[in-house]
Design a protein around this ligand. Structure first.
Ligand code: PXL
Length: 278
């Protein structure tokens, strides 16, 4: 069985980060090891959330695993709580990178042109360095702009603006750079990417559901990592992630009882498994 290491927070209630990554990657048939970076009562869109920083535990976990000789088929990082944690995650990359594994970095830190609570723009520059050490990066438009220290281009950025961002992201060091949440025509929505070595751009779109929700970036990145672990190519894994994320948003949009802080990813897991032939 393939083994994924995912490094991100536990938001105890809120259906994001580890409470999304664990069920999705497990359902897709890969073992998931975790390094929790912090424990929060909820994600940071709620007011007055608690936050327990777990930085102190991160090195000890790594050192124990080195002694045990553990290896990972993918390392997937999401929300990190501080610049110090970014540095420790970089050490994880150096320690566990090998010729066969994938390093996937989702620089979860901003949306709609604004950094999440508690982050300042200089955090994004640190995150950009970490993204340079990954194989594949998955920022949204806001995160791409913050990492490049550029003015926010807006959610309606056109393909030329996104291509310019991708070219610049491509200089950071990752092999494949992808921007998620891109408008790709009337009522179409998806991702655009750039393969640095071949200099090829690519994109894929799904129906645009007129609803913004929380945790969709985590659903996308977890599904992408899970699909890679099922031996799909990078592009096919991105497509599977886009189709599943779209289904989750659609389901939530059509559910009058849905919560307003996350998507109904649970009920679409059978669809996801069908897409990957399980
Ligand atoms: O979904 C990304 C995410 C992860 N973790 C925490 C968050 C968010 C988004 O707001 O607040 C703690």
């Amino acid at each position: 069985m393939k083994r994924v290491l995912t490094i991100q927070d536990i938001s105890c209630l809120g259906k994001c980060s580890l409470t999304v990554a664990l069920p999705i990657i497990s359902a897709m048939g890969a073992e998931t090891a975790i390094v929790p970076t912090a424990v929060l009562s909820t994600h940071t869109m709620f007011s007055n959330f608690t936050f327990r920083d777990l930085t102190e535990d991160m090195e000890g976990i790594k050192n124990h695993w080195v002694k045990e000789g553990f290896a990972f088929d993918a390392i997937y990082t999401g929300y990190l709580g501080s610049k110090e944690q970014v540095q420790i995650v970089s050490d994880y990359f150096h320690t566990f990178r090998n010729e066969h594994n994938y390093i996937v970095a989702d620089p979860a830190m901003a949306d709609n042109g604004k950094m999440y609570a508690g982050f300042s723009p200089d955090f994004a520059l640190e995150m950009a360095k970490l993204c340079g050490e990954a194989d594949i990066i998955l920022p949204n438009i806001s995160e791409a702009c913050f990492m490049l220290n550029k003015e926010y281009v807006g959610e309606d950025a056109d393909m030329d603006q996104i291509k310019a961002l991708l070219l610049e992201l491509g200089t950071l060091g990752a092999k494949t750079v992808v921007i998620t949440g891109v408008k790709l025509g009337d009522n179409r929505f998806g991702f655009m990417g750039y393969d640095v070595k071949s200099k090829n751009f690519f994109c894929y779109d799904t129906e645009e559901i007129p609803m913004k929700s929380h945790g969709t970036g985590d659903v996308f990145a977890s599904t992408f990592t899970g699909a890679l672990m099922n031996d799909f190519s990078v592009y096919d894994s991105l497509k599977i992630a886009a189709d599943y994320t779209c289904a989750c948003i659609r389901n939530t949009y059509n559910d009058p009882d849905a919560v307003d802080y996350a998507v109904n990813f649970e009920v679409e897991i059978p669809y996801l498994l069908k897409m990957i032939g399980k």
